[in-house]
Write a protein that binds this ligand. Structure first.
Ligand code: BGC
Length: 928
């Protein structure tokens, strides 16, 4: 038989459950995905016509051979082989066939390792939770020294593979033979510890050796036993909302030479001390380290632990694999400068508001105690301002987040201090107590966050837009902390659902959020109340039945975000997991509001948020009316109700549940009809006449076609009382921008983005905002910073405008489900003359590079194999459009698209394209 030609396609970036080579997988049928590259640069329209996967265990026995499957699918392929065994590492490879039927080479192997949670009774027996005894319980009011735990063990022969699974009640660092295992920060991260804790898996093959070895662990209170800010006024405790006894658990699984295995687990034979160097630690408060108390060699063999105590052991909650990337340090920012605003007080500027901690190299006398305090902004005199940390703020009944670290020097030369178990939101670091302050190059900000792969890179000719998107991306880094926090600096830092609900698509443009949301949506579902309300934040450490649940726009995250995951990543499983809870939320709405106007918003505890932080909450800003911005409650809540009912019907359709699909489609239609009857006039006026009301009604498609242009015109008119500024709150800002562009007011949208008087995006980034502010009026020209509460300087909700930048300026619009296609439709305006952007979809990277200069619009497009794009050029007609120098309609691999109005629209497959068209623009930069 003649051998087929080898295809130039190649499967790369193989992932299991969205992760690269994960260690610790619980899924019985993990989903596999890959991307395709093409070695022939000039090839167009390369597609996958079939695939074959082979999975092998460590002995190279085939666990699954899929055979050749005719399909263009490259993601969400479920494993269908033999039952997967605990601890086993599986290697898998994929081979694809292209559109000509030529096979590719086999991909390089990728791996996944099953977790122990699959082991049933055997596994459960191995997990014992150990820590210090009763005397060292974390006190409710005071922090305590961090326990160190150790265990020496002997390995009889050569090790073929060593896998460690670990977790904690608290946060932990695990060590083997004197070295830190992995690079995770604040693991096991935050879940509802009363229900379950995540475990982490590590390949430690190179770290364990025949002979004596030592496992060590350091524990700190974290979210489990440490401070959770609002606890103080919600249930009267400062610390220990989940518990007070810190616990560590681990299982080291060794595959030894000769098919023998050996397990070393956390058990009562371990020893513990609280005489280590970390004297106290708390995520909100900060950390205190006394270097004189270091115990050299405590985590290696040969250390004398005779004075250490036996551990106490107990049972723990259910363990589940962590389905997302860990929090880890991803970059370092060197201090740019240091000043001395008061004698002995040194202030370092990192140039960027960030989240993480500081690493500093310093020299001090023995016992010298250095204090580091962290803040987002400075006072006019150059000292740090702690107002945004909630310190000394009578309006906020919590303690604030001091974010202060202390380091006591050993005094024997150069020392390095970096706290381990705390997290600070800051740009400025104040150091006191050091007579010889380190030089700026000796101090670095170590930035950490959930390391979801970066998906978006953007640059255009407008510096204000670049700065805005950079601020949005930094805000995203800051608030991806295992959960989507609202802010990372004051003592709130909760996984507020409404904020991420509105920001979620911007987030997906910037990073691959599939794993992150898989994790957090489980937290959200776990907090759902018996009557169907989702918690306002998740995890919910208090009692969602009684408070902080069921807020429209916040609860709707439990419906909207799973649906976005389906749209962006083709994730049907998340729909399976979310459908029941999403339906229950909509049923709750229907039960409570039988006439379908959502009126119960006023009954929420402790309060209804609505279009939170709209212009009615601005204080004393010239040109901003004191009242009139807030969309009426029933308009706002009914709009979300209609949207969620509609999404639930679509989820039901995806799952093949036809009856429910019909029922919820009908319900959505009835809510829309009630919305129309109750709130919308024939002239398209929506009750309240607010910018937000129009934005929501248009964005959620609540209006009949004839009223949409009228409502859009009214939305634009509603800008007038505000002198052209936005009066929108967090739920409607990004949505208003999208609707302006959708209804022919793109020029207006650019004008809003370029508006320099405050309040505006531009004034934010031109007056010190390196991250997005919580409040429009955090700083305004007329009065400087807002008087208390100043708000946070690192809140992502208003950053939802990022989605507009991606879709309109870059022009990248992934199609659903699973980015099955993409629409490239950049719209120049606002004087922007070029843009280069790339977005890494689940099918690979899409690169766009356009310019509108010298009478031409040029668009460069680089598409990965197996993905097609509809290209919509911002010019009047197809006439005169060329692609790589020939008339576009005749260019190879380019088809003209039907039904795209007067615009010049084409369909292309993979490959590199260069479109060019005659282009004239209006004085504002809008295409004519
Ligand atoms: C948080 C917000 C959150 C809101 C709800 C605030 O304190 O910072 O981001 O959505 O409360 O009202």
């Amino acid at each position: 038989m003649a051998r087929a030609r080898l295809s130039s396609l190649q499967a790369v970036r193989l992932r299991c459950e969205y992760l690269l080579d994960p260690v610790g997988v619980d899924e019985r049928a993990p989903r596999l995905s890959w991307e395709l590259t093409c070695a022939e640069a000039a090839r167009r329209g390369a597609r996958q016509s079939a695939w074959r996967i082979v999975v092998r265990d460590r002995c190279r026995r085939v666990a699954w051979d899929s055979g050749v499957v005719s399909s263009d699918r490259t993601a969400q392929v479920e494993y269908e082989g033999r039952i997967l065994l605990p601890f086993e590492t599986y290697a898998w490879q994929v081979r694809v066939w292209d559109e000509r039927g030529d096979p590719s080479r086999w991909s390089s192997p990728a791996h996944w390792t099953m977790g122990p949670a699959q082991t049933g009774p055997l596994g459960t027996r191995s997990w014992s939770w150990i820590g210090p005894g009763m005397a060292e319980l974390w006190d409710e009011m005071a922090s305590r020294p961090c326990p160190l735990l150790r265990k020496a063990f002997t390995v009889p022969r050569r090790i073929e593979r060593a896998t460690l699974f670990a977790s904690a009640l608290g946060v932990y660092e695990v060590r083997i033979n004197g070295k830190q295992v992995g690079d995770r920060v604040l693991c096991p991260e935050w879940t509802d510890y009363t229900r379950r804790v995540q475990y982490q898996g590590y390949d430690v093959t190179g770290m364990v050796r025949p002979g004596e070895n030592v496992l060590g662990a350091i524990l700190a209170p974290g979210w489990f036993a440490g401070r959770i800010g609002p606890a103080r006024f919600i249930n009267g405790t400062l610390r220990g909302v989940y518990g007070r006894a810190l616990r560590f658990t681990c299982l080291l699984h060794l595959d030894l030479e000769g098919e023998e295995t050996m397990d070393v687990a956390s058990d009562p034979s371990w020893k513990v001390t609280v005489d280590g160097p970390i004297r106290s630690s708390d995520i909100l408060d900060g950390e205190e380290v006394d270097a004189r108390r270091e115990l050299p060699g405590w985590d290696a063999s040969g250390f004398d632990d005779a004075s250490w105590l036996p551990v106490a052991a107990s049972q723990g909650p259910v363990l589940t694999a962590q389905p997302c990337e860990p929090i880890r340090v991803t970059r370092e920012l060197r201090a740019l400068s240091v000043s001395e605003p008061a004698p002995g007080i040194f202030v370092y500027d990192l140039g960027q508001n960030m989240v993480g901690r500081v690493r500093v190299r310093l020299r001090g006398a023995p016992g010298e105690r250095v204090r580091l305090r962290h803040a987002e902004v400075l006072n006019p005199d150059g000292t740090i301002s702690r107002d945004s940390l909630g310190i000394n703020n009578p309006a906020i009944p919590t303690k604030g987040a001091p974010q202060e670290d202390f380091f006591t020097c050993r005094g024997d030369g150069e020392e390095v201090f970096e706290p381990r178990f705390t997290s600070h939101g800051f740009r400025y670091v104040e150091m006191s107590g050091a007579p010889h302050p380190p030089a700026p190059e000796d101090l670095a900000g170590r930035v950490f966050h959930t390391d979801a792969p970066q998906a978006g890179v953007f640059e255009c000719s407008s510096q204000p837009i670049n700065r805005l998107l950079s601020a949005i991306q930094w805000t995203q880094r800051a608030n991806m902390q295992g959960i989507p926090t609202d802010c990372p600096q004051r003592d709130e830092r909760l996984g507020w659902a409404g904020d991420i609900q509105v920001f979620c698509e911007t987030a997906m443009f910037n990073h691959d959020m599939a794993g992150f949301f898989t994790k957090w949506l489980r937290d959200l579902r776990e907090g759902q109340t018996a009557d169907g309300r989702f918690p306002d934040y998740a995890p919910h450490p208090f009692n969602p039945e009684a408070c902080f649940s069921g807020n429209p726009g916040w609860s709707d995250a439990g419906v909207i975000i799973p649906w976005r995951l389906y749209e962006w990543y083709g994730d049907r499983r998340i729909i399976e997991q979310s459908f029941e809870s999403a339906r229950r939320w909509v049923d709750h709405g229907e039960r409570e509001n039988p006439d379908l106007v959502w009126r119960d918003a006023g009954k929420l505890l402790p309060l209804y948020y609505g279009d939170w932080l709209n212009a009615d909450t601005c204080e004393n800003v010239p040109g901003i009316p004191a009242k009139g911005a807030e969309v009426p409650r029933e308009v706002y809540a009914t709009a979300f109700f209609a949207l969620s009912a509609h999404i639930v019907s679509r989820m039901a359709r995806v799952l093949g549940r036809a009856d429910e699909a019909r029922r919820y489609a009908l319900l959505a239609g009835r809510i829309r009809a009630v919305f129309l009857r109750s709130f919308v006039s024939d002239a398209g006026r929506i009750k309240g006449d607010t910018q937000a009301g129009y934005a929501l009604a248009l964005h959620f498609d609540l209006l009949p076609a004839r009223l949409r242009p009228r409502a859009a015109a009214r939305m634009v008119a509603a800008l007038r009382p505000y002198g052209g500024a936005l009066s929108t709150g967090i739920q409607s800002t990004g949505r208003l921008m999208r609707e302006l562009s959708r209804w022919g007011y793109g020029e207006e949208a650019y004008r809003i983005l370029m508006r320099s008087e405050s309040p505006s995006f531009r004034s934010m980034v031109e007056h010190g905002g390196t991250t997005i502010w919580e409040r429009w009026d955090a700083w305004v020209e007329s009065r400087g910073y807002r008087p208390s509460p100043v708000g946070s300087f690192n809140h992502w909700a208003f950053g939802a405008v990022g989605e507009w930048i991606w879709r309109v300026v870059a022009g990248i619009n992934p199609g659903a489900p699973g980015c099955s296609t993409v629409t490239i439709s950049p719209v120049p305006g606002g004087g922007v003359t070029w843009c280069k952007a790339s977005h890494h979809t689940i099918r690979g990277p899409v690169r766009v590079d356009w310019s509108a200069e010298g009478g031409s619009f040029r668009l460069g497009l680089d598409m990965p194999p197996n993905l097609s794009a509809t290209v919509v050029l911002p010019v009047g007609s197809r006439a005169g459009v060329t692609e790589s120098g020939v008339a576009a309609a005749r260019a190879p691999g380019v088809k003209t698209a039907a039904g795209k109005g007067s615009k010049a629209a084409f369909v292309v497959g993979s490959g590199v394209y260069r479109f060019e068209a005659p282009f004239t623009s209006s004085p504002t930069g809008e295409p004519c």
